[in-house]
Design a protein around this ligand. Structure first.
Ligand SMILES: [Zn+2]
Length: 308
């Protein structure tokens, strides 16, 4: 007996109706798959910094992305408790951010050169800003457009300026590499898939299974890839800005200890195994030290400064 692969809803109905229904479903799925493929292939570009093919909606320009980042930032600042910008810790965090930002151009250009590509200089339009937010979370973020925040819960885990610079470099890298815009494009594709499932008459249970498979097979690996890219570019930024990249390894050890094996949201869902992250960072260390020697004007004698 022939089994309807898209649902058992009409298995009980004999006659020709199910066959025709199957035909319709197939056409609907085919149309959506066609649109999905068109969307996927027509919105591909190469990120010069990573040398990777990326999916970013061409209709989303940098200005819009920046506006979205700014909107989200204001919303967050309205909900959270920003620390006095004149406090010691705010000044210190601002100083670290300034040093990292000053090296964005050279690091982008150098990484692009390694892939034989020209940097996009996408971040030239950024209006950088950093605030410290009162919270127990050991976390930080940088939104498209350069709006950043460091949560006070990160300070005792970072312990020193070098480690904090590694985390902030990681966050800046997410914004530089347009990971937010890439996630938006992936979400759009996911929605196309959901609509296809719903309109072809797939039952909710099957739709759930397909979405879960997409999550594991497509979205999660992407998120992990983004984390690795941000670790890589962030480490080079920190090194070029004269911070000690070697602090990255004990930092991520402390991060996983501090959270009892469960890292804060930004770092966890995507990196179930902190050991892998540390291995990756260790492998990147020789290159990071080269960047430090090459781009940090006074690489000699710098040591980890403790955060107050
Ligand atoms: Zn991240």
């Amino acid at each position: 007996m022939r089994q309807d692969p898209f649902g058992g809803g009409n298995r009980r109905q004999p006659g020709r109706a199910p066959r025709r229904r199957f035909g319709m479903r197939f056409i609907v799925l085919l149309l959506f798959a066609g649109y999905g493929a068109y969307y996927y292939f027509s919105n591909q570009s190469v990120d010069p910094v990573t040398g990777e093919n990326v999916l970013i909606d061409r209709s989303l320009d940098v200005k819009q992305e920046k506006a979205l980042g700014l909107e989200a930032y204001q919303e967050i600042l309205g909900q959270e408790r920003p620390v006095d910008p004149d406090s010691e810790i705010s000044k210190e965090v601002r100083l670290i951010a300034e040093r990292l930002i000053a090296k964005v151009d050279v690091v982008e250009a150098e990484l692009a050169r390694e892939h034989g590509l020209e940097p996009t200089r996408f971040s030239e339009t950024f209006e950088w800003e950093v605030n410290v937010l009162e919270s127990d979370q050991a976390n930080a973020f940088c939104l498209p457009g350069g709006k950043m925040a460091v949560y006070t819960g990160l300070i005792p885990v970072a312990k020193n300026a070098d480690a904090l610079a590694v985390v902030m470099g990681h966050e800046i890298a997410h914004a530089l590499l347009r990971h937010g815009a890439q996630r938006m494009a992936q979400q759009k594709l996911t929605q196309v898939g959901q609509m296809a499932g719903a309109m072809s008459g797939m039952d909710p249970q099957q739709q759930k299974m397909v979405m879960a498979a997409m999550g594991y097979g497509y979205l999660l690996p992407y998120a992990r890839k983004h984390e690795t890219e941000a670790d890589n570019v962030g480490l080079m930024l920190a090194a070029a800005a004269c911070f000690d990249p070697r602090e990255a390894v004990p930092l991520w050890q402390r991060m996983s200890e501090a959270s009892g094996g469960q890292a804060p949201p930004e770092f966890s869902s995507t990196h179930p195994n902190p050991g892998t992250r540390i291995q990756t960072l260790e492998a990147l260390m020789p290159k990071a030290l080269e960047y430090r020697a090459k781009f940090c004007e006074d690489a000699q004698g710098e040591t980890a400064t403790a955060l107050r």
